[in-house]
Ligand binder design. Structure first.
Ligand code: 5HY
Length: 247
């Protein structure tokens, strides 16, 4: 099977971190391809960034469909464009926030989310509500490290401290990493903090792989059926839906 793991921001170094995390859990025979869109923000830290990441993401979903890709991971904690991607794709599409929260909910009474900037906490809270995870999500904490500064060696200590503080202040049993760029810190943070730390990239990859293994695809009827044929104009003209495609 082929799983396309799409980083909705356009920083290739972050895509490499994401791809490595996905490949680490993929089964033999599962091809994982990390994708950096051709257009979009270099990092996603606001609603504006998130909105403008969606066209580039959807272009990669459309390309995957043309190539017969079996399923997709949206590797950004805001799960941008998830519903639109599900309309375009025949196979499963899973966001890392959705997958990480679901995995964490199996591990204790509740989890804390530790993310980059506090300004993104509202989006994470909205997603917890949408996914029915409110009763498990005991707190959402920013460590005020911009997405593109996660590579700084000092960042991991700041994040570890934020995780420890979150576990104590929320009395939580697990940590959900609130950024795809933290995927390579999962092992270190698990050792430092002493509770399960969930990387949504690995979790989403395993969920997509499991659904495909079970022969399950996105439902072709109703809300997530393929979009109706429609012309788009201007810079979006390439996104026109030209024909009905059997899902
Ligand atoms: C992410 N931004 O996973 C989110 C994390 C965040 O560029 N990739 C990004 O800070 O919301």
């Amino acid at each position: 099977m082929r799983i396309r793991v799409i980083n909705p921001n356009t920083t290739a170094a972050m895509t490499a971190v994401i791809e490595e995390s996905a490949k680490a859990v993929a089964a033999p025979g599962t091809i994982v391809e990390g994708i950096t869109p051709a257009m979009g923000p270099v990092s996603i830290e606001s609603h504006y960034d998130e909105a403008l990441s969606v066209p580039g993401l959807l272009a990669e979903i459309a390309q995957g469909e043309a190539e017969g890709v079996d399923g997709y991971v949206i590797a950004c904690f805001g799960d941008p464009g998830l519903d639109a991607a599900r309309e375009l794709a025949r196979g499963p599409v899973i966001g890392i926030a959705e997958a990480a929260m679901q995995f964490a909910s199996h591990l204790g009474r509740g989890f804390s989310v530790v993310t980059t900037l506090s300004r993104t906490a509202g989006r994470a809270a909205d997603l917890a509500e949408r996914y029915g995870m409110q009763r498990f999500c005991l707190g959402i904490h920013g460590c005020e490290i911009p997405v593109l500064e996660l590579e700084d060696p000092k960042a991991r200590r700041v994040i570890a401290d934020a995780c420890r503080d979150a576990v104590h202040s929320d009395n939580s049993d697990a940590i959900v990493l609130g950024c795809a760029g933290m995927a390579d810190l999962c092992e270190y943070l698990t050792a430092e903090v002493g509770v399960p730390v969930i990387d949504g990239v690995a979790a989403a990859t395993l969920q997509v792989q499991s659904l495909i293994t079970m022969g399950l695809r996105k439902s072709g009827r109703g809300e997530f059926a393929r979009p109706l044929p429609k012309q788009y104009t201007g810079l979006l003209s390439d996104f026109s839906i030209t024909e009905e495609v059997r899902s």
